[in-house]
Design a protein around this ligand. Structure first.
Ligand SMILES: [Zn+2]
Ligand SMILES: [Zn+2]
Ligand SMILES: [Zn+2]
Length: 157
């Protein structure tokens, strides 16, 4: 994401554009597949802003969360991770995640595909789905390849 877009994003949410906010938001926006923790954001931010402290990162992340510029995600490793709130998708709902139980890699899936379920829930119990958090567990292409190789080798996985 270009700096201009990040500045626009901050302004759109009524946030004053500061170097720290710009940096933190750019770091998150530029790595849609990484789902960074506050510590990881801190390590990346320090490269340009050696003065920045972890407390500032936490504060900045909280401001961005409160304004729903970013979302919080947790996977099974107990860390809180952050990603851009891509509310510009058709439904405005959060994207799904596919988590590889072999190597731990996390994939973001762009399409919602829950429209039919959402309509059913509305029809059946009059419940309006405004968001959801879907996690799919399984094996990524690479791990499947490795598993297949292990099988043909006759070695145990
Ligand atoms: Zn949806
Ligand atoms: Zn994998
Ligand atoms: Zn994601």
């Amino acid at each position: 994401m270009e700096e201009k877009q990040v500045i626009e994003l901050l302004r759109k949410h009524g946030l004053k554009v500061t170097g720290q906010r710009l940096r933190v938001l750019s770091i998150i926006a530029d790595r849609p597949d990484e789902h960074l923790t506050a510590e990881e954001i801190y390590d990346l931010a320090r490269a340009d802003l050696p003065e920045i402290g972890l407390a500032t990162i936490y504060r900045t992340v909280q401001v961005l969360l409160d304004l729903r510029v970013i979302n919080k995600v947790t996977f099974d490793d107990g860390f809180t991770r952050y990603e851009l709130n891509d509310g510009e998708s058709a439904s405005g709902h959060r994207h799904h995640h596919a988590i590889c139980v072999g190597c731990g890699k996390i994939y973001s899936l762009e399409t919602d595909l829950l429209d039919i379920l959402e309509q059913q829930v509305m029809k059946n119990i009059g419940f309006e789905v405004t968001d959801h958090e879907v996690k799919l567990y399984g094996f990524c292409a690479e791990c499947r390849k490795k598993n297949r190789r292990a099988k043909t080798d006759g070695t145990e996985i």
